[in-house]
Design a binder for this molecule. Structure first.
Ligand SMILES: Cc1ncc(COP(=O)(O)O)c(C=O)c1O
Length: 387
C-alpha cells in the first residue's frame, strides 16, 4: 500500500462538527423502503408541497437565451416585491435600496452572519437558543465566536430568559439569535418579546438576528416580526422555502438595520451567493402573491390539528403551537424517547428526538409536518391506535 501524501490542514472546528444527524435517518428510510414498508417521514423539515403552478410557469418562461451574472443584492423588481410584502404583512416600510438584500435561501445568510459581526477579543460572543436550528451555532463557531446557549423550556413558553443575561455577557455579545415561529418547539413569541430583545440589542450594542423562516405559516393570528419594533440593531431573515414551497429554488431575503445591510452588501458579492435571474423573477412573483400563502397556511393548520389530536388522544403531551410547521411532544406515560421512536419506526413513522437540536430538547420529540395531508391522515390513524 502506498502512503498518501501528507494531508493539508483542515480546521479543527470542521473536523469536530457532528455528522449531520439526517444522514442516519436517510439510511433508516432507505432500509425501510427496501423492505417494502410504508414510510411516513416526519424527520427533515423539507416541504414536500407543490410549488404553485404560476410560479413554476413563470420561472420556465424567464429562462433567458443568454445568461449573465445575476445581482447579488437582488434585482430591483425582487427588492420592490419584498418591500411590498413587508408593508402588507407587518405594516413596516422598508427602503428596497437600503434596508434589504436578496439571499440564496436563508441558510447561507444565517451561516455567514457571524463572520461579518464577530470581533475576536471584544465582541466575540454569540447567543443561540437551545434546542435550535443547528446553523446558528455552526456559523458562529466557524467565525471563531464563543457560543453560549439560552435554554428554551416549556415553563418559560420556550422563550429565552433575556433578563438572566448580565451586563458582562451582553457587553461581549455580537449577535443574539431568535427564531419564532420556532424550530423545533413549534412555539410562537409575542410582540413584547421582540421589543425587549431589540431594546437590549440597542442598549448594549449588539445585533438581534431574528430567523423568521416560518413567519407566514400561522394558524389564525399573524406571527409578529422583529422588524415591527424598528430597524436599529435588528436583522431579520426570511425564506420562500416554506411559505411558497420553494425550497429547491433557494430564495430568501434579509432586512433590517441599514448599517448592517450595508456591510453585508459589501461582502456578499465575494461569497458567490447570488440567486439566478430566473429564480429572482419567480421570487418576486411569490412575494407579490398572498393567495397561495393563505392556502399553504391552511394546509399546515389542518395537518397540525389532525396530528395534535391524534397525539393527545393517546396521552402525549404536545407543546402549544399555533404557527410554523412542527409539533413538539413528550411520549405518553413517560415512555423513554428512544423506545417511543423505535416503536413508531416499526410502524413506519419516522420522527426525530428533540435532543438532536440541543440538550434542552431532551425528553421531547419533533414532528415536522411535511408529509402530504393524506400521509398525515394515515399517520394520525396509526398514532390514534398505537402510540
Ligand atoms: C429555523 C430555520 N431557519 C432557516 C432554515 C433554512 O431554510 P432555507 O435555507 O431553505 O431558507 C430552516 C430550514 O429548515 C429552518 O428550520
Amino acid at each position: 500500500m502506498t502512503d498518501l501524501p501528507r494531508s493539508g490542514p483542515i480546521r479543527r472546528r470542521v473536523a469536530e462538527q457532528q455528522t449531520y444527524a439526517f444522514v442516519a435517518i436517510a439510511e433508516t428510510r432507505a432500509r425501510l423502503a427496501a423492505e417494502g414498508r410504508t414510510v411516513l417521514d416526519f424527520t427533515v423539515g423539507e416541504p414536500r408541497e407543490e410549488t404553485p403552478e404560476f410560479i413554476r410557469d413563470a420561472t420556465a418562461r424567464s429562462i433567458p437565451v443568454r445568461t449573465s451574472y445575476p445581482p447579488t443584492n437582488g434585482t430591483p423588481e425582487l427588492r420592490q416585491s419584498i418591500a411590498g410584502w413587508a408593508e402588507r404583512r407587518f405594516g413596516v416600510s422598508l427602503d428596497p435600496d437600503r434596508d434589504l438584500l436578496a439571499t440564496l435561501g436563508s441558510k447561507e445568510a444565517i451561516y455567514s452572519l457571524a463572520s461579518v459581526v464577530v470581533e475576536p477579543g471584544s465582541r466575540d460572543l454569540v447567543l443561540v437558543p437551545d434546542p435550535a436550528y443547528p446553523v446558528y451555532r455552526t456559523g458562529a463557531e466557524m467565525a471563531g465566536a464563543e457560543v453560549r446557549t439560552l435554554p428554551l423550556i416549556e415553563d418559560r413558553a420556550f422563550l429565552p430568559d433575556l433578563e438572566s443575561l448580565g451586563a458582562d455577557t451582553l457587553g461581549r455579545t455580537a449577535l443574539l439569535w431568535v427564531n419564532y415561529p420556532n424550530n423545533p418547539t413549534g412555539a410562537s413569541a409575542p410582540a413584547e418579546f421582540f421589543a425587549r430583545a431589540a431594546e437590549l440589542a440597542r442598549g448594549h450594542g449588539f445585533w438581534l438576528a431574528s430567523d423568521e423562516a416560518y413567519i407566514d405559516l400561522f394558524d389564525r393570528v399573524p406571527s409578529p416580526s422583529a422588524l415591527e419594533h424598528g430597524l436599529s440593531n435588528v436583522i431579520s431573515i426570511h425564506s420562500l422555502s416554506k411559505r411558497s414551497a420553494m425550497a429547491g429554488f433557494r430564495s430568501g431575503f434579509l432586512a433590517g438595520d441599514p448599517r448592517l445591510v450595508d456591510a453585508l452588501r459589501t461582502i456578499r458579492p465575494s461569497q458567490g451567493v447570488a440567486a439566478p435571474h430566473f429564480v429572482q423573477s419567480a421570487a418576486a412573483l411569490a412575494w407579490d402573491d398572498d393567495e397561495h400563502a393563505v392556502r399553504m397556511r391552511h394546509l399546515y393548520r389542518r395537518k397540525r390539528e389532525l396530528l395534535r389530536h391524534a397525539l393527545e388522544a393517546r396521552g402525549a403531551h404536545v407543546a402549544p403551537s399555533d404557527a410554523g410547521f412542527f409539533l413538539y411532544f413528550r411520549p405518553p406515560g413517560e415512555e423513554p424517547v428512544d423506545e417511543c421512536l423505535a416503536r413508531l419506526q416499526d410502524l413506519g413513522i419516522l420522527l426525530i428526538p428533540g435532543d438532536r437540536f440541543g440538550e434542552s430538547g431532551r425528553g421531547w420529540i419533533r414532528m415536522a409536518l411535511v408529509p402530504t395531508l393524506e400521509e398525515c391522515e394515515q399517520a394520525a390513524r396509526i398514532l390514534e391506535r398505537e402510540l
